[in-house]
Design a protein around this ligand. Structure first.
Ligand SMILES: [Zn+2]
Length: 260
């Protein structure tokens, strides 16, 4: 390998451009003697563990998707109750629906936002999924006489052609070659639900903060020390968290109790 050195430029020009010359030989030598790496062992360990976590989550979401699909009949029987109960309606089910197309790529149903260096996840919720399945676009008659729901679609925004997959809550039959339904309508309905989903989360956080400010003003006016009672101390979450496993168990126990 030949190293060509352009001596028309001062050496500092090369040092300023890390993409051309990432490091001079002199600083490489000094750095290595100091035992410092550009990517430390700790950074590599963190990346490795993040990859392991991602793999574990992939398996976890596959298991949850199967659980959800196996219990779709139970879920549909309790649809109204789920929609009226925030701790059920807000359960993350982003893994249960997939859509996208040529030129667009897959639609992200699990979004991560960074706010002031803090990670906020806004995932597609069970209530939104049940509302999405209310649209004719996402329903299809099943051989058993029941109504199947579409959980996967892909297509082309240019031709408008599409292919989709459905599952029947009643007989659990899956169909994988549903064709010729409007790709634009699939996209439109799913994106709308995703935006509504994000809006609900953002509005809820804003409302909680407004409440925290009011609580703080009240405490201060009551004579509490503003040093001990900051606005942040009055900021609270919904306190209504639940997961799919718990909800299914609660619904099954409820049906069992009703049968007695
Ligand atoms: Zn069926």
């Amino acid at each position: 390998m030949a190293i060509i050195f352009d001596d028309k430029k001062p050496i500092s020009d090369y040092l300023k451009k890390p993409d051309i010359h990432p490091e001079s030989f002199a600083s490489l030598y000094k750095r290595q003697n100091a035992g410092l790496k550009l990517i430390s062992d700790e950074m590599e360990q963190e990346n490795k563990e993040q990859e392991e976590l991602a793999k574990l989550n992939e398996k976890r979401f596959e298991r949850k998707k199967k659980l959800l699909f196996d219990n779709l009949d139970l879920i549909f029987r309790h649809k109204d109750e789920i929609l009226e109960t925030p701790r059920y309606a807000n359960i993350d089910v982003h893994y249960a629906i997939k859509g996208g197309g040529c030129y667009i790529g897959p639609i992200s149903t699990a979004k991560q936002y960074h706010f002031a260096g803090t990670l906020v996840n806004i995932n597609f919720k069970l209530g939104s999924l049940l509302e999405l399945w209310d649209n004719e676009q996402f329903k299809i008659p099943c051989k058993c006489g029941g109504t199947a729901v579409i959980y996967y679609f892909s297509g082309s925004p240019l031709s408008g052609g599409s292919i989709a997959a459905s599952i029947c809550p009643h007989c659990k039959e899956q169909i994988h070659n549903i064709r010729n339904r409007s790709f634009g309508n699939y996209m439109g309905h799913l994106l709308l639900k995703l935006y509504e989903n994000t809006e609900k989360v953002a509005k809820s956080i804003t409302a909680k903060w407004t409440l925290a400010e009011l609580e703080y003003e009240k405490k201060v006016s009551e004579g509490h020390s503003p040093i001990w009672y900051g606005k942040g101390a009055e900021f609270h979450g919904d306190g209504e968290s639940c997961n799919l496993e718990t909800m299914i168990n609660e619904l099954q126990l409820k049906e069992f109790a009703q049968q007695q």
